[in-house]
Design a binder for this molecule. Structure first.
Ligand code: SF4
Ligand code: SF4
Length: 432
């Protein structure tokens, strides 16, 4: 315990910034459900301080409390003292996990699969065709499936299945080099888009090439590292950062674009801050990539004329509402650009109530605390349904998974799409 207290002490200065004002209670979607102090950031920061002061000898209990968090950043966004809660939570999880050791199953997934993108892709490709043995396809607008038999792991989830052909497989182990001659854009695909939503990746390429951008996509990209980091595996996180840095260092480009809010905020905020005390050369490369990283809607709105190729005549319009992913609006301040992309597609945008409250996904939080995650998600589904929209758009594939599950539960005929898919579809319709 003494050694753990010494290790956690590295966070002392960051913890000291918190004035214990309690304003984070008003912003935390988890606290809104449970009203438990240990669920909100102030309570979690006090627990970490307690480890430093050796007030309790239950690091496992503290870790469980730290893991009970959506990592949505709503607390940091509204904090008057600018406490960097997410960085503190993630570093504390990593220190405690190193002290306690990681469960064998997680170790296998992170070290043997996530750290080896080629193997991970091959195994996922082999698993995908067998999904129909375990899941039955539902006839709904969200394209979800549910377990054929009652499963304690899957519960009553409506999941978005892995696609038979992941996006990465279409690259056939060679880097993609587009034919445009405008600005050069590298594309970081991300695991969920690669394996569950490849249509988003194809839409990114179609739209960028419509604007004559030179697209570069290194094959066999690794995960951005957030699943491993959130589980306290700092080593796998660093391995994945190194893998991606070496892949993207092969070419020079103007922007590194992603269509996943969580990947963007991880590359921009967490890659540099988590590697600050390590290898100086790697840190320099990471900072360079972080500065070039942008969300696809931001790039489209800031660098291109969105009306190019769109007809002025209005056809039949879909009513679309937009959910702000926490990692895009609260972490990166991007919220107007996706709305402009939707409007440029010629459809109607109708705002929902509380469009920027968390959808309740939170990565592994959804697996570990499905009932709580669903309570938060069903509030989001109600706000979406109240707009009477036919499509809900959002810029994060993890939010898309959660919203698809919640809408499928409500038997709603609302489609879940990424703004770039909506825009790419409109471009195609206009070119006919
Ligand atoms: S984290 Fe920020 S909002 Fe929460 S108690 Fe500390 S200073 Fe106040
Ligand atoms: S990250 Fe989100 S869920 Fe976690 S304490 Fe902060 S506001 Fe609450």
């Amino acid at each position: 315990m003494k050694q753990l207290a010494l290790d956690v002490k590295a966070l002392k200065d960051k913890l000291a910034v918190c004035t214990r004002c309690g304003m984070c209670q008003a912003n935390c979607p988890l606290f809104a459900q449970t009203h438990q102090e240990a669920d909100v950031s102030r309570g979690k920061l006090v627990l970490i301080q307690g480890l430093i002061d050796q007030m309790f000898d239950d690091p496992k209990g503290v870790n469980l409390r730290l893991q009970r968090c959506l990592l949505c950043g709503s607390c940091a966004h509204g904090c008057p003292s600018s406490v960097n809660t997410i960085e503190i939570f993630l570093k504390a999880r990593a220190i405690i996990t190193q002290y306690l050791g990681m469960p064998f199953s997680k170790k296998m997934i992170f070290k043997k699969l996530l750290c080896h993108p080629e193997t991970f892709n091959d195994i996922m490709g082999m698993v995908a065709p067998f999904q129909k043995l375990f899941f039955k396809k539902e006839q709904n607008s969200q394209g979800t499936s549910c377990a054929r038999i009652a499963s304690p792991l899957l519960r009553h989830r409506h999941i978005v299945p892995l696609k038979a052909t992941a996006f990465n497989k279409t690259l056939k182990n060679s880097d993609y080099q587009g034919k445009g001659n405008g600005i050069k854009v590298a594309f970081f695909v991300g695991c969920l888009i690669d394996k569950a939503f490849p249509n988003i990746a194809h839409s990114v390429i179609d739209v960028l090439e419509h604007f004559n951008a030179r697209v570069f996509i290194p094959s066999n990209q690794g995960c951005c590292g957030i699943p491993a980091l959130a589980s306290g595996d700092g080593q796998t996180f660093e391995t994945l950062v190194k893998t991606n840095v070496s892949l993207f260092s092969k070419e020079k480009f103007d922007y590194l674009v992603t269509a996943c809010a969580t990947c963007s905020s991880t590359i921009i905020n967490l890659w540099p801050s988590l590697l600050k005390n390590g290898d100086k050369k790697l840190l320099g490369q990471v900072e360079d990539l972080a500065q070039k990283t942008v969300d696809i809607s931001w790039l489209l709105e800031k660098r291109f004329d969105l009306s190019l190729g769109m007809s002025k005549e209005g056809g039949s319009k879909e009513v679309i509402t937009y959910h702000d992913p926490c990692h895009l609006k609260k972490s990166l301040g991007v919220f107007n650009e996706p709305r402009q992309v939707i409007l440029a597609s010629g459809n109607e945008l109708k705002e929902m109530k509380e469009s920027d409250t968390c959808c309740g996904m939170g990565g592994s939080f959804n697996f570990d605390h499905y009932d709580l995650s669903s309570q938060i998600g069903l509030k989001k589904a109600k706000n979406i349904m109240d707009t009477k929209c036919s499509i809900v758009a959002t810029s994060c594939p993890a939010c898309m998974m959660q919203i698809s599950d919640m809408l499928a539960k409500q038997r709603q005929p609302i489609q879940v799409k990424h703004p770039v898919e909506i825009y790419a579809k409109a471009l195609k319709a206009n070119s006919k």
